[in-house]
Design a protein around this ligand. Sequence first.
Ligand SMILES: [Zn+2]
Length: 483
Amino acid sequence: MYTQLPFDELKVDPTQKKRVAYFYDSDVGNYAYGAGHPMKPHRIRMAHSLIMNYGLYKKMEIYRAKPATKQEMCQFHTDEYIDFLSRVTPDNLDMFTKEQIKFNVGDDCPVFDGLFEYCGISGGGSMEGAARLNRGKCDIAINYAGGLHHAKKSEASGFCYLNDIVLGIIELLRYHARVLYIDIDVHHGDGVEEAFYTTDRVMTCSFHKYGEFFPGTGELRDIGVGKGKHHAVNVPLRDGIDDATYKSIFEPVITKIMEWYQPSAIVLQCGGDSLSGDRLGCFNLSMQGHANCINFVKSFNVPMMVVGGGGYTMRNVARTWSFEAGLLNNIKLPQELPYNDYYEYYGPDYKLDVRPSNMYNANLPEFLNKILTNIISNLENTKHAPSVQMNEVPRDAEDLGDVEEDTTEALDTKGGSQQARDEIIQPDNEYYDEDDKDKEERNINEESKPTDTDGDVKMDENSEKPVVTEEEMKEINELNSEN
Ligand SMILES: [Zn+2]
């Protein structure tokens, strides 16, 4: 079953236009987990500077999302956890001794200045990206401030506090019958898997290092329960996996999932800690090997959200995410790095490349064969199995824009001076409606929101033909509250 595929040069088709919406908030690079902590939000700013200086702003639309509100966060997380995140600061930490233990903040997940705002940025980007995909306003949404896959319903974990991915998927489920989540971070995507473990509306598929490694979950035999049985896929890998080997397991697994599960939207977590030379990781992927996954998933032409994740050797994360943003725009960025704000980080070669090392690949063909055979045979059970019919997902009528909404005043109502804060750069192709800027995108009705945090999620009554009924959404929310 397992065949080692050759690793060919990545190919892009420049004629295949994709509408890409890229979310970035310039504040994100200012947050710091603390001295010596491996997670550095600054890497997102580094990636952004490269992306801009390569000129990708000419190809995609750039947005600053409105930060996720407490109300929005509570669609997945508990009120008391979100309330705690919104109130705790390094200065009042003493008042929250009990909560620190309860919500697992401390060493790995420290309380730092602006923690809640940081969570809001990460969550806002993924929710707004999902909303734009829902409305057919883009084919691909990118949020590198997102991808925080370890966060739990009422617990921080593995440098993650708010699970922006779960929030984004919940948004997608309003319009999409089946959503596929793919995770190529070196760590198991446990928070997302857990959130959707008992439903067949979401299939999660995580490729990760397994065995004496954080978070310790993600065994081959963990396949979901109840309705969700066979809808969690785990690919446990060993140290030193290289480009050709990763491709040889990634492509057949994803191909089978696409064939049998037929998702209408995909969320791809692009954790950069699976790259060679990562400070915490133990895989041996080059930039090309990592990017091949993004290029491969994109080739299915299904609406896709791309989020960040781990990645602890900043210069390599920034390089790889920039290269991948290029691929998502059908461009292979040239090797020579353009001058950018953080040019000195990329010495001595100043090249857009992450090379593999000569480390030993502990993933032997017999081992991979066993994994692949097992996964493929499990996946056969998903063939035409989901409880939601396999027919086409209805889309909203084309949004021709509303002149009212496009006035400066209207734009400014979106959380402060949206237009003033945004650096919306006009793309160089005629693909977009000039007025099609960042409007109210999410499905939660702002006006109808209760001001307290009773967690009573209001459904958008204006959305046409949503796939998820209120009943189903309740069911999904209940699944999340079972533990
Ligand atoms: Zn990770």
